[in-house]
Design a protein. Sequence first.
Length: 272
Amino acid sequence: MQISQSIKNLKKYTFLLRELVKKTIKLRYRRSYLGILWTLIEPLLTMIVLTIVFGQLLGRDSTNAAYAGVPFPIYVLTGRLLYSFFSSATNGAMKSIRNNSSMIKKVYVPKYIYPLSGVIANFLIFVISLLVLAGVVIFFLIQGTYKSPINGYTILSVIPLINLFLLGTGVGVLLSTLSVFFRDMEYLWSVLLMLIMYCSAIFYFPDRLGTDALMLLKFNPLFGIIENFRFSFFGHPFDWNLMLYTWGFTIVMLVIGFYSFYRKQDKFILYI
């Protein structure tokens, strides 16, 4: 009953959701000379820096056939883009209730609209940033240093992206609830994001680690999503064990996130 009512409310407030998404994107690039262009420039600059720093330090060779012949900058960029979305989406959702406290106090709106708008806004920015990935791939294809063909598996790379969006939504809604009652959650989450980043194999090949370390990485759902995105994007089949784990983890986070939000949302007004 609550689920059907929530869906009806979402349809009713679609216009507001759309306006909140626009507001989030505008605020992110407020007072920036380049504006939305930073969506393209920032990941490109980050890719260059990580390639220079870690390309020689951690090595560019992998024993995994899925990464054979893949230029290191493309490998880095695929991981960095997905992690950046997860980081931005969860941070945006976490702060959404407190950032919209004045509106929440004045008018009734389904409160889950606020964290959801933060995730959607960052996902739209992420989709735009994928143009950088396409451009870098085309560059290496023209240069002749990358010859991996686009096939059916490449098209399936959208599945890990859907997984990533839903994971960001579940975690973001949970964080938005926790941060209302525990203001220190914002600082704690920044530390956890750093740990998640280092455990996501963004700028190193996971097969270069020992077996025990690799097993620990697989407990990180973001690592599994990034790995499966890379596998499919580079024209190889999914790791179905990782796929089942990441989707299972995502569903659990969605249930916990929205259940916690629903149970506590009536008390938000007392703390914001």
